[in-house]
Design a protein around this ligand. Structure first.
Ligand code: TYD
Length: 202
């Protein structure tokens, strides 16, 4: 069977990517074999790592935080993503390697070459066929997040501005793979823009 497609959804917290991912999955099903998945914490061991990453109330050093996201990724790729792609499925993944570059690299200030090297180690070199970055100003995205914040979401506006700029920088460096959508528009408008990018691929 034809190899599947690996599409990742990226952006700062509150950008609306999960809504768009769900909508796209509904739109493509049942004509296409789709799986929806996420990082961190798709299932099993990943859920335990997610619990630590989002809810642990002590200090987590940035390098340790990276390794926990990367451990989740290594497991996720082997257990879920690779098998699905080999079966010819379309994998819609909520966050992946670019989150670590944007959050731990640009956000926390870790070395970008090191992050790229470690990402490659975690994925075994598998790359998304397409990545969509949902871009919106942080004032707007923070109002979408609301007041109940997890450990990552309490990082503050300057952190999230660095994350946002990180994503835009990644898109500049890899324009073939990474497409940026204006996520300040309405849900319907963003979805229509998303379909314009996806349709030629499927
Ligand atoms: P989640 O609730 O899945 O957020 P969202 O709905 O915005 O995707 O929480 C994941 C959090 O983890 C989010 O704040 C981004 C962060 N994260 C990293 O910092 N590095 C990573 O490599 C990944 C995958 C996520």
């Amino acid at each position: 069977m034809k190899k599947g497609l690996f599409i990742t959804f990226e952006g700062a917290d509150g950008c609306g990517k999960t809504t768009q991912l769900n909508r796209l999955a509904d739109y493509l099903t049942p004509a296409k074999a789709i799986i929806k998945t996420r990082e961190p914490g798709a299932k099993g061991l990943g859920e335990k790592l997610r619990e630590i990453l989002l809810n642990y109330d002590g200090e987590i050093a940035p390098r340790c935080e990276s390794f926990l996201f990367l451990a989740d990724r290594a497991q996720h790729i082997e257990q879920i993503v690779k098998p699905a792609i080999n079966e010819g499925k379309i994998v819609l993944c909520d966050r992946h390697t670019d989150s670590t570059v944007a959050y731990q690299g640009y956000g926390r200030g870790l070395d970008l070459n090191e992050i790229n090297y470690l990402n490659n180690l975690a994925t075994g070199g598998l790359k998304p066929d397409l990545t969509i970055v949902f871009d919106v100003d942080i004032e707007t995205s923070m109002t979408r997040v609301g007041t109940e914040k997890d450990r990552m979401e309490t990082a503050g506006i300057e952190f999230f501005n660095r994350v946002r700029n990180g994503y835009l920088e990644i898109a500049k460096q890899e324009p073939e793979r990474v497409k940026v959508l204006n996520a300040a528009k309405s849900i319907d408008e963003v979805f229509s823009d998303l379909l314009n990018i996806i349709k030629p691929l499927i």
